[in-house]
Design a protein around this ligand. Sequence first.
Ligand code: ATP
Ligand code: MG
Length: 451
Amino acid sequence: MIRAFLKKVGLLPNKSTTSSGPLSHQGPVIIPRSEHGISRTGISENALKVLYRLHKHGFGAYLVGGGVRDLLLGLHPKDFDVVTDATPDEVRRVFRNCRLIGRRFRLAHVFFGSDIVEVATFRGKMDEPSDDISHSDKGMILRDNVYGNIAQDVWRRDFTINALYYNIADFSIVDYTGGYADIKAKRMRMIGQPHERYREDPVRMLRAVRFACKVGFELPKELVQPMIEMKELIGHVSAARLFEEMMKMFHSGAAHDVYEHLLRNELFGELFPVTNECLQQPSYPTHELLKIVFENTDKRIKEQKPVTPSFIVAALLWHPICVRAEQYMKDGMTFFPARMLAIEDMIRAQAKRISIPKRIVQGARDIWLLQMRLVRRHGKKVQLLMTEARFRAAFDFLEIRAKSGEPVQDLATWWKEYIEGDNEIRRNLIKSLGQKKTRRPRRKKSDTQHD
Ligand code: ATP
Ligand code: MG
C-alpha cells in the first residue's frame, strides 16, 4: 500500500517523472514574494476579500490552480479558486453571502453580486479506503469528502502547473511538486501516474489538452499515449460534465488548437462521434468548416466578443445532418422532411455523449432551418427573413460554409450584396433571380442538395 502511494505521488522513479525529475515529497519549496512576480493587483478584488477574511479569522487561505498558473504566465485568469483549511461549515460561518454546493466535492460559493468566489477545503489522502471516497467499478472516483491539509491536498491535483498555492499570509508561493520550475520550463507534468490519474477521472485527458493549448505548452508523450489507450473512458463521464468541459474548451481562446489536438489524440470521436464519422469519410468539407469556426471563435475571445455556443453546435452537426438527410432521400423521402428528421436524429445522437442545454440546441436548429430558407428568395420573404432573430448567425454560417468549400458561394455573395445594398440594389438583386430561379427546381429523389 505504502509503495503504491509513493509510486502514485511520484516518489518512486517511473517513466513519467524521470524525464523531468521525480516529484518531491520532501516538503514544499517556498518562493518568496520578492522572487515570483505575482502582484495583488492581478487578483480580483473579491478573491482578495475572501482570502483576507479567512486569514483574519485564523484560517489558512491560498489562491490555487488556474489563477496562480495564469498570473505566472502573464495571462489574465478567468477565475480565482481559493483553498483553505476551514471546513465548508466554518467558511459559511465566516461569510454571510455564502452557499454550500456540490455532492462529489462540497464547496463554498461566496457571492458578490453576480461574481462568485469558489472556496474549497483542503482534501485528504486517497491511499486509504474510506467511506467518504467511493470508486466506480472502472476505477473512477465518484465521491470524496475527506478533508485534509495542504500537504495532502496537493497530491490530489492534476498537473504540477495547477498545484501552486499563493499564500495570503506572506504572499509567497508554496510549491510541493516542482510546478514553478515546470511553468518556467513550459512543461506539462501529471502529478502521479497518468494512466492512474486518467482512470480516476477521465476528464483529466480533456483538461490536459485544454491547458496545454491555452498556455502554449507541448503535451509530452507520457500524457498523450495513455489518452489514446484509454479514450473510451470518456464515455463513462456524465453528459452534463462533458458539456461543462466542452464549453471551457470553446472559450479557452485556443479552441482551434484544442480541436486539432483532440483529433490527433483520438479524443474528438469520443466527444462528437457523428461529426467524427464525417471527418473519417469526407463527402463534405467538415474539417475546413470546423477549422474556420474554431479560428473565428478564438479571434472573438481575443477581441473579448461573446461566443455563441449554438453556432459551434450548428457547425459540428451540420454535415452529419446533410449526410443523414441524403440517406433519407435515397430511401424516397423528399427534401424538407428528410432534413427535419436528420436534424432530430443528429441531436439525439449527440445528446448521448454531451448534454447540450435545450436553448443552445434550439439556436442551432434555427441556424440549420434558416440555411434552407436562405435559398428561397421570394420578394417580400427576403425582407421578412432579415427580421428573424437568428438571421445574422445564419448568414455568417452560410458564408463560412462557402469559405470551407461547399458550393454555396453564389448564394452567400447574393445575400452579402443584399444586406449591404440600398433599396435599388436590393430591387435589382431580387429581379436578377427571375421568377423561375427563385422557385426550387424539382429534383429527383436521389439528388444531393447542398443547401
Ligand atoms: P481554469 O479555471 O482556467 O479552467 P483551473 O486550473 O483553475 O483552470 P479549475 O477547474 O478551476 O481549473 O480547478 C481548479 C484547480 O482544482 C485546478 O487547477 C486543479 O488543481 C484542481 N482540479 C480541478 N479539476 C481537477 C481534476 N479533475 N482532477 C484533479 N485536480 C483538479
Ligand atoms: Mg479555475
